[in-house]
Design a protein around this ligand. Structure first.
Ligand code: PLP
Length: 397
C-alpha cells in the first residue's frame, strides 16, 4: 500500500493520549503566570474542587507533574514500607507494569492470576485475602480499566470481597483510562487511592497526573518508610497548593478548567452514556467482521467490556501491526497497538474523550479498508452494523 501525504485531520483512535478539543487547546495556550498569583490560585482551587467531583470524592487529592506512572510511584512510596506485600489483580500489561514497579521499589507482590481475555475471578481475590490471616497484604491493586485488553474490573465487587474476607488492606485503583469516561465513584466504592492522568478522559495534553487519597490511606502514609521527597505528600501539604513540591504546570490548569467545564456542561452521566453508545457501535462492527474466521473482540466477558477501548484480536497468522501501519499510511488513522505479549496479535481502537459518531464511523470504515488491504479475512459491512446501532440510539434520544 502506497503511503499518502497526511491531509485533513488525523483520526486519532488511540486509547490515550486522546483528542484534545479546540477549546482546551486554546485554554492551554495561556501566557505565563506566577503560580502564586491570586488570579491563578482561584483557577487552581476551582480545578481541584472539580477534579474531586469527577473522582466523586470529598477526601484528599494530590497532583504531580508527570504521566500516570508518576502517580503510581507516588502512591506506593507514600503508603508503604520496604518489604510490604501488595496483592495485584492481574488484568494485562498495565497490571504487570504496576507489579514490576512495586518490586523495583522494594515491595513484595502476590498476584491474583487471570486469563487476560476473561479477567480475574472475584472469588479468587476473596480467597487470597481470606488466606492471609496475618494481614501481610497491605493493599489490593486493581486496574479499573485495563487499556491493553479493553476490560473493566468491577471495583464495587472487589471492595465487597475485601469486606467479606474481613481484610484491612487498602484498595488502590488505577483509573487512568476510565476516569471521565466510565462510571467511577471513589468514596462510595471504598477506594483508598485512585490514580488518574490528564491525557485520557480529561482530554488534556500528557504531563499531569493525580491521586485521590482516602483518610485511611493518609493514616498509612503517616507510618510509611519507603524513601520519598519530590512525591512526599507531607512535603506537599506544607505548600499553598498542597501538591507540587516545585513549579506548578499552570498551562495544564487552564486546560483542566476548560476540560471540567466541558464535562460538567455535558454532565457526567451523559458523558458515560456517550462512551457506552460509541463503544457498542465498535463492538457491533467487530462482531460483524468476525464471521467464522475474522477478527474477534479480545475480551470474552461481555459484562466486563470496556466502553473506552476495544482490543481486536486478529486471526492466527495475521499481523496487527500491518493493519495499523496501513490505517496510518493510507488513511491517516492512528490506532493503538498490542502491548506486551499481545504485540502484533491485537490492535486497539480507543473510543474515549472528545469523540462523536462521525469520528467513530470514519475510524471503523478506515479499519475495514485496512483489513481488506492487509488481506485479513473478515465479513465486510461492519460499518453498516455500527451505523444501524448509532442511528437507533440517536432515534431513542
Ligand atoms: N495505567 C493504565 C491503565 C494506562 O492505560 C496507562 C497508560 O496508557 C498507564 C497506567 C500509564 O500511564 P502513563 O503512560 O500516563 O504513565
Amino acid at each position: 500500500v502506497k503511503p499518502r501525504l497526511p491531509r485533513g485531520r488525523q483520526f486519532f483512535a488511540n486509547p490515550g493520549p486522546t483528542n484534545i478539543p479546540d477549546s482546551i487547546l486554546h485554554a492551554v495556550a495561556h501566557v505565563t503566570v506566577d503560580f502564586n498569583d491570586p488570579a491563578f490560585l482561584a483557577v487552581y482551587d476551582r480545578c481541584v474542587a472539580g477534579l474531586k467531583r469527577v473522582l466523586r470524592t470529598e477526601q484528599s487529592v494530590f497532583m504531580y507533574t508527570g504521566s500516570g506512572h508518576a502517580a503510581w510511584e507516588a502512591s506506593m512510596v507514600n503508603l508503604f514500607s520496604p518489604g510490604d506485600t501488595l496483592l495485584v489483580i492481574e488484568s494485562g500489561y498495565f497490571s504487570e507494569n504496576w507489579a514490576r514497579m512495586a518490586q523495583d521499589l522494594g515491595l513484595v507482590v502476590r498476584s491474583v492470576a487471570a486469563d487476560w481475555r476473561r479477567g480475574a475471578e472475584i472469588g479468587a481475590v476473596e480467597a487470597a485475602l481470606a488466606a492471609d490471616a496475618a494481614h501481610e497484604i497491605k493493599a489490593v491493586c486493581a486496574v479499573h480499566n485495563e487499556t491493553a485488553t479493553g476490560m473493566v474490573l468491577p471495583l464495587p465487587a472487589i471492595r465487597a470481597a475485601m469486606d467479606a474476607a474481613g481484610h484491612p488492606a487498602l484498595l488502590l485503583a488505577d483509573t487512568i483510562s476510565s476516569l471521565g469516561s466510565l462510571d467511577f465513584r471513589m468514596d462510595e466504592w471504598g477506594v483508598d487511592v485512585a490514580v488518574g492522568g490528564s491525557q485520557k478522559g480529561l482530554m488534556l495534553p500528557t504531563g499531569m497526573s493525580f491521586t485521590g487519597v482516602s483518610a485511611r490511606a493518609m493514616a498509612a502514609h503517616a507510618t510509611s518508610r519507603l524513601p520519598k521527597s519530590y512525591f512526599n505528600w507531607t512535603n506537599m501539604l506544607a505548600r499553598r497548593h498542597r501538591s507540587f513540591v516545585g513549579t506548578v504546570p499552570t498551562s495544564l490548569f487552564y486546560g483542566l478548567e476548560e476540560s471540567l467545564r466541558l464535562i460538567e456542561e455535558e454532565g457526567l452521566e451523559q458523558v458515560f452514556a456517550r462512551h457506552a453508545r460509541l463503544a457498542e457501535a465498535v463492538r457491533r462492527c467487530v462482531r460483524h467482521w468476525s464471521g467464522n474466521d475474522g477478527p474477534q473482540l479480545f475480551c470474552l466477558s461481555p459484562d466486563r467490556y470496556s466502553d473506552s477501548v476495544t482490543a481486536i484480536l486478529l486471526p492466527e497468522g495475521h499481523d496487527a501491526e500491518r493493519v495499523r501501519r496501513i490505517a496510518l499510511e493510507a488513511f491517516n488513522v492512528s490506532l493503538g497497538g498490542g502491548l506486551g505479549r499481545l504485540g502484533g496479535k491485537v490492535f486497539r481502537i480507543g473510543h474515549l474523550g472528545d469523540l462523536n459518531e462521525p469520528m467513530i464511523l470514519g475510524t471503523l470504515a478506515s479499519v475495514e479498508m485496512a483489513l481488506r488491504l492487509a488481506g485479513v479475512p473478515h465479513n465486510p459491512g461492519g460499518v453498516a452494523a455500527a451505523m444501524d446501532w448509532l442511528a437507533e440510539a440517536a432515534g431513542q434520544g
